[in-house]
Design a protein around this ligand. Structure first.
Ligand code: FEO
Length: 403
């Protein structure tokens, strides 16, 4: 009983693996539906592996590789498009299994292979535009630095017009039977692709724009990413989605995130959310910052134009899970969003002051009035301010969409 390689074309095989056991990607991001580590084998006069797999998932990779006929699976090259260990983790063992195999990477890749795995020879160094001639297939390399690591590159098979795109155009979610976009319900995958983009790649949206500009010059028929479905029915669609997300183009809606110990701050944000809805916005997404997964909150904030943050004060400071969210949002360098804030305290102020500092220094936020600070519990005047904030937020979001 062994896993089988799956044909992408007659001579290109998917030999990746699905991970439904790891609960946190990068030790941070929940994987409720798992993740796929895609890797590929090209059978040609010279044979090439495209990327490896996370070290503890090597078994299905090897099983799929040896399921290809022995006479077709000599390994001349291992192309390393990206060094994060979910793809590079098996380089050292593969080098031991196939000592004659040359490792193909750019200058930075080769440095990193030495640093990670102690391998210092047997490389083919490639630069932007170089072509690796396998016989029928010709792999042209293009660097895509900081999508999302400095050494990241893609390989384009100019013969079959297949782009091996590494993390770019990938997403969370294991491959559930189908491995191609036309075999799957892609609406399920698009949410997980946005969650991946927002949390893993989003900070590097400017480099992503440069990468997309390069990719748009290619006549791509199939995108083979390192995560998520292989895109062969409409590869332009995923390029357009990544383009939209990396341009910070948002949808009409507001995410409301609250941190509340005893319900007073929650009452305020519920009031704000109701006013947003009454003003005509249907997409109002509410998250309890203590309970929603951070990656889902970030995904939704990436999607929508408006954001309301409401937090209680804890030990004279911003409530810890809200502080963690603000730190994460600042790191993501979001642009083009509208922000409303409110805070509460009982015996010491703190939350609103920190939210105001976040509004000023935590990214490209357009802060709208009123900012609201409530002592102990919201009174009628505070509730009126919450209604005003909700109405103003909705008005600002709707006006932004009209422009
Ligand atoms: Fe999927 Fe950046 O590794």
């Amino acid at each position: 009983m062994m896993q089988q390689a799956i044909n992408v074309t007659d001579t290109i095989f998917w030999i990746g693996g699905n991970d439904r056991e790891t609960d946190l990607f990068e030790g941070l991001w929940q994987l409720p539906r798992g993740v796929a580590y895609n890797a590929y084998f090209i059978n040609d006069e010279k044979c090439a592996l495209i990327d490896t797999i996370k070290a503890d998932k090597l078994s299905p990779y090897i099983e799929r590789l040896v399921s290809i006929k022995p006479e077709e699976r000599k390994i001349d090259y291992l192309v390393v498009n990206h060094m994060e260990p979910d793809h590079s983790g098996s380089i050292a063992i593969l080098r031991k299994l196939f000592p004659e195999m040359k490792i193909v990477g750019n200058k930075k890749t080769i440095e990193m292979i030495g640093e990670f795995y102690g391998i210092t020879d047997g490389f083919v160094e490639v630069k932007e535009g170089d072509v690796l001639d396998l016989g029928y297939h010709k792999l042209a390399f293009a660097t895509i630095p900081m999508v999302h690591w400095p050494e990241s590159m893609v390989a384009f098979d100019t013969t079959e017009k297949i782009l091996f795109s590494t993390d770019a155009f990938g997403g969370f979610c294991a491959l559930e039977g189908g491995i191609f976009d036309d075999e799957l319900d892609m609406s399920l995958y698009e949410d997980e692709t946005l969650r991946y983009y927002a949390n893993i790649v989003g900070r590097y949206s400017a480099p992503t724009q440069k990468a997309i500009a390069k990719v748009r010059t290619l006549d791509v028929k199939i995108i083979c990413p390192a995560h998520g479905p292989i895109l062969r029915s409409d590869p332009k669609h995923i390029i357009d989605l990544y383009d939209k997300w990396s341009r910070h183009i948002t949808e009409t809606g507001v995410v409301v995130v609250y941190g509340s110990m005893y319900g007073n701050t929650k009452f305020m944000t519920d009031t704000i959310a109701r006013a947003i809805s009454e003003a005509g916005i249907k997409d109002v997404i509410i998250h309890d910052v203590s309970r929603s997964d951070m990656s889902c909150i970030v995904r939704d904030i990436w999607k929508y134009r408006g954001l309301v943050l409401g937090s209680c004060t804890y030990n004279t400071e911003l409530y810890p899970p809200m502080a963690s969210l603000c730190r994460s949002l600042k790191n993501k360098m979001m642009k083009n969003r509208i922000l409303g804030i409110c805070g509460s305290y009982s015996w010491s102020k703190g939350a609103l002051t920190e939210l105001q500092a976040f509004a000023e220094h935590g990214g490209d936020w357009k802060l709208i009035d009123p900012t609201i600070e409530v002592k102990s519990s919201p009174k009628e005047a505070d509730i009126e301010l919450c209604r005003a904030l909700g109405k103003n937020m909705a008005g600002a979001v709707l006006a932004a969409e009209r422009n």
